[in-house]
Design a protein around this ligand. Structure first.
Ligand SMILES: C[S@@+](CC[C@H](N)C(=O)[O-])C[C@H]1O[C@@H](n2cnc3c(N)ncnc32)[C@H](O)[C@@H]1O
Length: 421
């Protein structure tokens, strides 16, 4: 096997194992090296990483050095020696610097004091500089965006500790939080009862579903990252969501450059999806993907041809408090029956080896010690009998593919399934 040469670093999101799974799915396990909990290294240049479609990556940075020590003092010495030197190659004029530290054992006070003396050293070298003040050791996406740290005349430098070493990298891309918020909250139709699938999670689900095909085609890196518009120049695959609800998966798949088919049993949801997609296409007129949205029962329907299936299936009703054991059994049984029937209906419509990604419900019980106990869908034990294998990732355990917010009882478990044929 060829040696792994780290070229870029991705700062992972709130649930780093989901972010890591997404990177592994899109780029292949051999191109990704975990540096949990903060980051993953890739042997792909930052400029080639298609960051707009990565729901789980907060920042993409180009790696430029690895320090053989793990303390802030060594990192500081490195910055003090090297920043003034490198600034000589940056055109004269206003310069802004931001520094983020991940996993370093340093207080914020000490860190900010270090940045202040760094500023003096840079000024003494004849260059004026503004340093973005840190409210935490890491600058958040909003700070990076508002200070234009990925643009000309500015840098964000990342210090990421991995055991006994520190990776140094420069941020190239940062998640466009405003664009995500706009396509989440500004959609004309939303419905709390079917759940609010965050667009970033929808991207992760799609990326876990298309990874195998995209890796084989080698098409994922051919995107123009510079453009601010969505990635809409490919149009080769057709993504099906058989539980489309208000259409978040359809929306994100269209923005990634796929054709979409959405079906839902509830005519109101079909209308919601249609309205939302019409709104999206008006907002992003460069979208050219075909859209089919119809009313259909996923336990019995024969879909038109599709290449990829990505879906947040029926999750049962949202729960504000932990139900009685009998009630919970009833809820789980209900959902399990629908999803099982759906998988049985789907099986003959899949080709052998075809993969799908489903977000299914899992129930988080009260805290036991400091960890939550997760109750899984019973059908997970019978997948093999139905002709499906659960795909194992190299860097992430299947048990860690569970998305939740702290206050949620119903979590979403991400299943990557392969149909055996
Ligand atoms: C969790 S929601 C999906 C939400 C969706 N991801 C969105 O963007 O709004 C599940 C959806 O499954 C639909 N559903 C429930 N049973 C179904 C069935 N048998 N066939 C098709 N859709 C079904 C519900 O109407 C609901 O819209």
């Amino acid at each position: 096997m060829s040696e792994f040469v780290s070229k870029s670093l991705c700062v992972l999101g709130r649930q780093p194992t989901l972010s890591l799974a997404e990177l592994e799915s899109l780029y292949g396990a051999q191109h990704v090296k975990p540096c949990l909990p903060h980051a993953a290294l890739l042997n792909i240049a930052a400029s080639e990483i298609n960051f707009k479609r990565l729901g789980g990556t907060l920042k993409v940075a180009q790696l430029f050095s690895v320090l053989p020590s793990s303390d802030w003092e060594s990192a500081y010495q490195y910055l003090a020696q090297n920043i003034p030197k490198h600034l000589q190659n940056v055109p004269e004029g206003k310069f802004t610097l931001g520094v983020s530290a991940y996993g370093l054992d340093v207080s914020l006070k000490e860190f900010n004091a270090g940045l202040l003396s760094l500023k003096k050293i840079i000024r003494a070298s004849g260059r004026s500089v503004r340093i973005v003040p840190n409210k935490a050791l890491e600058l958040n996406a909003a700070q990076v965006l508002h200070n234009s740290l990925t643009k000309r005349g500015a840098w964000e430098l990342l210090l990421v500790r991995d055991g006994k070493q520190i990776y140094l990298a420069q941020t190239y891309f940062v998640q466009d939080i405003e664009a995500y918020a706009a396509r989440d909250q500004a959609r004309p139709k939303r419905d709390a009862r079917v759940g609010m699938l965050p667009p970033k999670l929808a991207q992760i689900i799609i990326n876990l579903a298309v990874g195998q095909i995209e890796r084989t085609a080698g098409s994922i890196q051919r995107t123009d990252n510079k453009s601010q518009t969505p990635d809409v120049q490919r149009y080769t695959l057709r993504v099906l969501d058989p539980f489309c609800g208000t259409g978040v998966i359809l929306q994100e798949a269209l923005l990634m450059g796929y054709h979409v088919i959405g079906t839902d049993i509830d005519p109101r949801m079909v209308e919601y999806s249609k309205t939302n997609i019409k709104w999206l296409v008006e907002k992003y007129p460069q979208i050219e993907g075909h859209v089919v949205i119809e009313q259909a029962d996923a336990t019995a329907y024969q879909w038109p041809r599709f290449s990829v299936l990505a879906s947040e299936v029926y999750l049962g009703r949202p729960l504000a408090s932990w139900p009685t054991p009998e009630k919970l059994r009833e809820i789980i049984n209900d959902v399990n029956t629908i999803i099982k029937k759906f998988l049985e209906n789907l099986a003959p419509q899949l080709k052998a080896g075809q993969q799908v990604c489903l977000a299914v419900p899992a129930w988080r019980s009260n805290v036991i010690g400091l960890t939550y106990h997760i109750k899984h869908l019973p059908l997970l034990d019978t997948l093999t009998d139905m002709g499906y294998n659960r795909v194992d990732l190299v860097h992430v355990k299947n048990d860690d593919l569970v998305y939740f917010r702290e206050d949620q009882i119903v979590a979403r478990e991400l299943l990557i399934l392969e149909f055996r044929g």
